[in-house]
Design a protein around this ligand. Structure first.
Ligand SMILES: [Zn+2]
Length: 240
């Protein structure tokens, strides 16, 4: 029995000597914790030393590299996504303008007249599948004027500011037309994106906004408004 204890002691001393110069980062188990001399059991002694800590440092660098690569890829990807969203919004806007132009054209064909000033947004309603709304406005169904804005009058590229009537919304498009004293219009007409929105609160959408061609020319000479250049839709396509 004594021989066994001595043998174990010697073995453990050797083990300690073998690992003595593994450096300060080496976690050495205590004698009492690892070896029980009373019951002649030696638990396996494992040392987690330099190679292991070295591997940890490398994995941190790898993580940083991966994060860096991901950041670069996101940096490349996000503008592309933003560009795609812009193009999708521009397509929606162009489609809105096209449908409004067709609807106003049909109104003029059917009624044989041009809509009265500031009435074009209501005049087009029966031709953009909004006849119930047109009837509700015609018969003044809500004296408070709380008629929801038809989706076609909303451009996805414009901020939706306040209209004078809360939660009713204003029209994001404007009719370009020169009206004469006698009620005729001087030349053709056009529908385009809204140039500028009044901060004081816009009239609700059923008051159709209008500008003259001279104002349109001024506007396209010095773009100020919610859209970026080349994203303003007119009846004849994007301007300027
Ligand atoms: Zn638009």
């Amino acid at each position: 029995m004594d021989d066994d204890v001595e043998r174990l002691k010697a073995r453990f001393e050797r083990e300690l000597e073998r690992t003595a110069d593994l450096g300060p980062s080496c976690k050495r188990p205590s004698v009492a914790g690892r070896v029980s001399l009373d019951c002649f059991e030696v638990t396996p002694v494992r040392f987690y030393c330099a190679p292991f800590t070295g591997r940890r440092a490398a994995s941190l660098i790898e993580l940083l590299v991966v994060l860096f690569i991901m950041a670069v890829m996101m940096g490349l990807l996000l503008p592309a996504l933003q560009g795609a969203r812009n193009r999708a919004d521009a397509v929606v806007c162009e489609n809105n303008v096209r449908q409004l132009v067709m609807a106003l054209g049909r109104f003029i064909d059917v009624k044989r007249r041009f809509p009265a000033p500031e009435e074009w947004t209501v005049a087009v309603l029966p031709y953009i599948e909004q006849r119930p709304l047109a009837d509700a406005i015609k018969y003044n169904a809500d004296p408070g004027g709380k008629y929801p804005r038809p989706p076609l009058l909303e451009c996805p590229m414009q901020e939706d500011g306040d209209s004078r009537l809360a939660s009713v919304g204003y029209c994001h498009y404007v009719l370009v037309v020169d009206r004469l004293e006698n009620g005729w219009i001087e030349r053709g007409w056009e529908i385009q994106d809204r140039p500028l929105v009044d901060d004081d609160g816009e009239p609700p959408w059923y008051v159709g906004p209008e500008i003259r061609y001279s104002v349109q020319a001024e506007f396209f000479a010095s773009i100020e408004g919610p859209h970026q250049a080349g994203q303003y839709m007119t009846s004849s396509g994007p301007r300027p």
